[in-house]
Design a binder for this molecule. Structure first.
Ligand code: CP3
Length: 346
């Protein structure tokens, strides 16, 4: 039998309701922190920072030192997988990521296989090994990957898109090529996350940031089914490692998502209310979320009130406090402290 976990985050993932929920924050290592901006400048640029294991570990630790979050999330990006598969990737300052585009089956066939990604991703595994030795004993270590649909939307459009139209077009007009891409991404993600676990990740999170643009059958096929496949494969290799799924803006499709995929926790964006989630989602297990990230910019009593309301609504079951999406560069570091103090004294 495995030992019951002692870290607060892992206890929540094991299904324990706690008087004070564990807390961490999406993009907690990021541009709102002056120490992050300094280390990024030292690395040169964002991608160089991701592949520099010592500096990536350093920025992962910065928010832990400053705030004492209950978990650290590996510093990397969901777009490193396409790069490992052979896509070109670069970041345009002030605009975001750019990639070489997948247009058809020949583009998919030019990608590498799932076993050929590890050389490229070796620095990421090294970051986890460093973190494992450097983190405080009470801090959990989270690994992550993008879900196949979200990663595919960037690979097909060659950049971020408001409505993911190019990916929807390919899945409708050339389903063979689209399905082949989804299969490669699903298999690569399993291998990538499995290696992250072997390197020290105690839980992994699957980010499906654009799941909300899939509706009905398409949601089942391209958000739920790949998550189920990835989670099933990881559970057979690492039965004791909990998994967090984030089908962002899934709305009503959050209901039953954990059961259908085998996820131990479902992360909620802030478009659903915490009271609704307590009733319909938390009944199946742990939930994570879901404070509006704009509170990190505006602060004040509204931040305190909304934070308390979320803690209160989800107190009856396992809950990990977090934002509904990543913190933005214009956030005030003092508002993060106010959120943490509010959660820990609620
Ligand atoms: O949460 C964390 O602190 C861990 C590290 C992490 C990053 N990106 C670092 C990052 C994680 C988990 C991600 C996930 C990610 N990356 C997602 C899914 C989550 C989400 O936000 O929806 C997506 C869609 C990406 C792709 C990506 N990376 C975009 C669209 C951008 C540009 C947006 C921006 O803020 O400039 C990035 C860059 C990025 N990834 C930054 C960070 C800290 C900013 C880079 C910088 O320092 O300039």
């Amino acid at each position: 039998m495995t030992k019951a976990p002692t870290k607060k985050l892992l206890r929540a993932l094991a299904g324990e309701a706690q008087a004070t929920p564990p807390i961490w924050m999406m993009r907690q290592a990021g541009r709102y922190l002056p120490e992050y901006r300094a280390t990024r400048a030292e690395a040169g640029d964002f991608l160089s920072l991701c592949y520099n294991s010592d500096l990536a570990a350093e920025v992962t630790l910065q928010p832990i030192r400053r705030y004492g979050f209950d978990a650290a999330i590996l510093f990397a990006d969901i777009l490193l997988i396409p790069e490992a598969l052979g896509a070109d990737l670069w970041f345009v300052t002030g605009e975001g990521p750019r990639l070489s585009k997948i247009k058809d089956m020949s583009g998919v066939q030019a990608l590498k296989g799932r076993d050929d990604i590890h050389d490229h991703l070796a620095p990421i595994y090294e970051t986890l090994r460093i973190l494992k030795t450097e983190l405080p004993a009470e801090t959990a270590l989270i690994g992550f990957a993008g879900a196949p649909w979200t990663v595919a939307t960037y690979m097909i459009a060659g950049q971020g898109t408001p409505d993911q139209a190019p990916a929807h077009k390919l899945r409708v007009e050339n389903p063979e090529a689209f399905d082949a891409l989804m299969k490669i991404l699903t298999q690569a993600t399993i291998e990538y996350l499995s290696m992250q676990i072997r390197a020290g990740a105690e839980t992994v999170k699957l980010f499906d940031s654009w799941a909300g643009s899939l509706k009905g059958d398409a949601f089942q096929k391209y958000a739920l089914e790949p998550a189920r496949e990835i989670i099933t494969a990881l559970k057979s290799r690492h039965p004791d490692v909990p998994i967090i799924a984030f089908p962002r803006e899934a709305g009503d499709a959050y209901v039953g998502f954990a059961k259908a995929t085998g996820a131990d926790c479902v992360a909620l964006d802030n478009s659903v209310s915490a009271t609704w989630a307590a009733k319909h989602v938390q009944k199946d297990g742990c939930v994570q979320g879901n404070l509006k990230s704009t509170h990190m910019v505006t602060g004040g009593q509204a931040l305190v009130d909304d934070t308390r309301a979320i803690v209160e609504a989800l107190r009856g079951g396992p809950h990990i406090f977090n934002l509904g999406h990543g913190i933005t560069p214009d956030a005030d570091p003092e508002n993060v402290q106010l959120m943490i103090d509010t959660v820990r004294s609620a």
